[in-house]
Design a protein around this ligand. Structure first.
Ligand SMILES: Cc1cn([C@H]2C[C@H](O)[C@@H](COP(=O)(O)OP(=O)(O)O[C@H]3O[C@H](CO)[C@@H](O)[C@H](O)[C@H]3O)O2)c(=O)[nH]c1=O
Ligand SMILES: C[C@@H](CO)CCNc1ncnc2nc[nH]c12
Length: 457
C-alpha cells in the first residue's frame, strides 16, 4: 500500500445496495492510493461501518418514514431522499470543512467530494464550499448517456410502441429495442417526476469536475468516445472496481448465508445455476412459481436467492407447493442473501439467471459465468441487450417468465453445445476486462489519471 498522502476525500453513496457496493469499492481503491476516506451516508440503508474500520462514517438524517423505506417505488424514494437530505448534507459538510481550532489545516486536507449521479443537490452544495465534485456513474456508461435522453424520447412520442416496431432499435440508444423502452420510461404516473429528476441529473452533472465510471474501455468504448460531445470534463472509466488489487471486504446490507459455499463444494463442476434478481426487484407469486417449476424441471442443480418480501404479498417462500424442496433431492437450495462474489467464483457455478443489474453483470463477466437475462427495469434492459446481442455471452428470456421458457434457456446454456460457445466468448471477454485493471491496462491508466487529478486540486 502506498503511504498516506495527507489528503482526504468525502464520499456520499446513494443508499441502494447497487450503488453502495461500487462507492465502497472506490473508497478502497482511493485508500490504497493513500487517501483518507470519509463516508457520509443516510440512515436509510446505512452501510455497516464495522466492515470498514479504516474509514470514517458520518450519518445524516434522511427523513424517510418507515413506510417510505419499505416502498417498492425507487423513483419515489430517490426523489424524497434528494428533497430531504440537502440541508443535513450541507450542515455535515460545513462541519467537516470548518477549520479545526487546533491546526487550521483540516480545510486544505479535503480534496474533493465524490457522490452518485443520482444525487442532484450535491453539485451546488460542493460549489458553495469551493469543493470540486466528482460524479460516480454506477451504470454502464452507454446507459448513463442514454437515460439523459429519456425526456426527449418521451417528447418525440416513442411510447406507446406499436407491435410492428417492437423489435426496432431505438436510434439514439443502441442496441436498445423499442419494446424495452416502457420499462425504462416508467409508468404513466412516473413520467413527470422521472423526467424532472433526469433533467436535474443532467444539470448537476455538467458542471462537475469529472465522472468516475463503473465500466471500462473494453465494455463501453463507443459511448465513452461519444461522451466527449456531451461533457467537457474528464471521464475516468476505472471499472470493474471489485477486481482492483485492494483488500477484500463486503458492503452487503444483509448477512450472506455462508452455507452456500460448502453446499457448492459438494456439487459437480459447472453444474449449478445461480439465480438472483438483485436487491430491489420483486416478483408476483405466479411468476415466482413459474421460476420455481422451471428450475425444478431442468433437473439441474440451482442456488436461488429469494429476499424476504420479494415475492409480493408473501413473507418468503411459503407459496412453494408442499414437498417442493424435498422433491429436488438436494439439487436445489434457496437462501435469503448469498455471498455473490464467492458463488460466482466457485467452480461449481455454471450459469447465472440474473436481472442484469450492472454490478451483477460485471461480477458475472469477471468470473466468466454465462447468463440468462431476465431484466426488470431501468438499465437492466440495456445491459441484457449487450449480453445477448453484442457480446453474445448469455440468453435473453425476453420477459417470458414461464416454466417452459426457463427450462429451455437453462438447458440451452448448461447442457447443449450453444452453452459451450457462449462460455467460450465470455471467457475471452473476462480476460480482456480483467487485463484492463492490471498495470498498463485502460482502467489502471484511468485510475492513475484520476488520482493525479484529485491531487491537482
Ligand atoms: C441479491 C444479492 C445481491 N448481492 C450483491 C451483488 C451486487 O453487487 C449487488 C446488487 O447490485 P446489482 O446487481 O447492480 O442489482 P440491484 O441491486 O438491482 O442494483 C440497482 O443499482 C444498479 C447499479 O446502479 C443498477 O444497475 C440496477 O439496475 C439497480 O436496480 O448486491 C449479493 O452480494 N448477494 C445477494 O444475495
Ligand atoms: C422509473 C423507474 C423505472 O424505469 C426507474 C427508477 N429508478 C431506478 N430503478 C432501479 N434502479 C435504480 N438505480 C437508480 N435509479 C434506479
Amino acid at each position: 500500500m502506498e503511504k498516506r498522502n495527507e489528503r482526504r476525500v468525502i464520499l456520499f453513496p446513494l443508499p441502494l445496495q447497487g450503488c453502495i457496493n461500487p462507492m465502497l469499492q472506490l473508497a478502497k481503491i482511493l485508500f490504497t492510493r493513500g487517501f483518507s476516506i470519509t463516508i457520509i451516508h443516510t440512515r436509510f440503508n446505512a452501510p455497516k461501518s464495522s466492515d470498514h474500520p479504516l474509514f470514517t462514517f458520518l450519518q445524516i438524517p434522511d427523513g424517510l418514514s418507515e413506510a417510505e423505506t419499505q416502498s417498492r417505488d425507487v423513483l419515489l424514494q430517490l426523489t424524497l431522499l434528494n428533497d430531504n437530505c440537502e440541508n443535513p448534507f450541507r450542515e455535515c459538510l460545513a462541519e467537516l470543512i470548518k477549520p479545526s481550532s487546533d491546526s487550521g489545516t483540516e480545510e486544505r486536507r479535503i480534496s474533493c467530494l465524490i457522490d452518485d449521479s443520482g444525487w442532484v443537490f450535491t453539485q451546488s452544495v460542493a460549489e458553495s464550499f469551493n469543493l470540486p465534485r466528482f460524479v460516480l456513474c454506477a451504470y454502464k456508461f452507454s446507459f448513463f448517456l442514454g437515460h439523459l435522453l429519456v425526456p426527449q424520447l418521451r417528447r418525440e412520442g416513442f411510447l406507446p410502441v406499436p407491435d410492428s416496431e417492437a423489435e426496432d432499435l431505438v436510434p439514439v440508444f443502441p442496441p436498445l429495442r423499442k419494446k424495452d423502452l416502457s420499462r425504462i420510461m416508467g409508468t404513466r404516473a412516473q413520467s413527470e417526476p422521472l423526467d424532472a429528476y433526469l433533467h436535474k441529473i443532467l444539470e448537476a452533472t455538467k458542471p462537475a469536475s469529472g465522472i468516475i465510471v463503473l465500466s471500462c474501455e473494453e465494455l463501453d468504448q463507443d459511448s465513452l468516445y461519444e461522451s466527449h460531445k456531451v461533457f467537457s470534463f474528464p471521464i475516468f472509466p476505472i471499472g470493474p472496481f471489485h477486481i482492483h488489487d485492494v483488500p477484500a471486504s463486503s458492503s452487503s446490507l444483509f448477512e450472506p448465508d455462508q452455507s452456500c459455499v460448502p453446499w457448492l463444494d459438494k456439487q459437480e463442476t459447472r453444474s449449478v445455476m445461480y439465480v438472483s434478481l438483485g436487491s430491489i426487484a420483486s416478483l408476483s407469486e405466479s411468476d415466482f412459481l413459474e421460476i420455481a417449476c422451471g428450475l425444478r424441471n431442468t433437473n439441474q442443480s440451482f442456488l436461488w436467492v429469494v429476499r424476504p418480501g420479494s415475492v409480493r404479498g408473501r413473507d418468503w417462500i411459503e407459496s412453494l407447493p408442499s414437498g417442493f424442496m424435498e422433491s429436488l433431492e438436494g439439487k436445489g437450495k434457496i437462501v435469503r442473501w448469498a455471498p455473490q462474489l464467492d458463488v460466482l467464483a466457485h467452480r461449481a457455478t455454471g450459469g447465472f439467471l440474473t436481472h442484469n443489474g450492472w454490478n451483477s453483470t460485471l461480477e458475472s463477466i469477471c468470473e466468466g459465468v454465462p447468463m440468462i437475462c431476465l431484466p426488470f427495469v431501468w438499465d437492466q434492459l440495456l445491459n441484457a441487450r449487450f449480453i445477448s446481442e453484442v457480446w453474445r455471452i448469455g440468453i435473453h428470456l425476453e420477459g417470458r417468465i414461464e416454466r417452459r421458457e426457463i427450462e429451455r434457456a437453462v438447458t440451452r446454456l448448461m447442457v447443449e453445445s450453444e452453452g459451450d460457445e457462449i462460455r467460450g466468448r465470455i471467457k475471452v471477454l473476462r480476460d480482456e476486462v480483467r487485463r484492463s485493471v492490471k498495470q498498463g491496462g485502460s482502467s489502471s491508466r484511468s485510475s492513475d489519471e484520476l488520482v493525479d487529478r484529485i491531487l491537482s486540486f
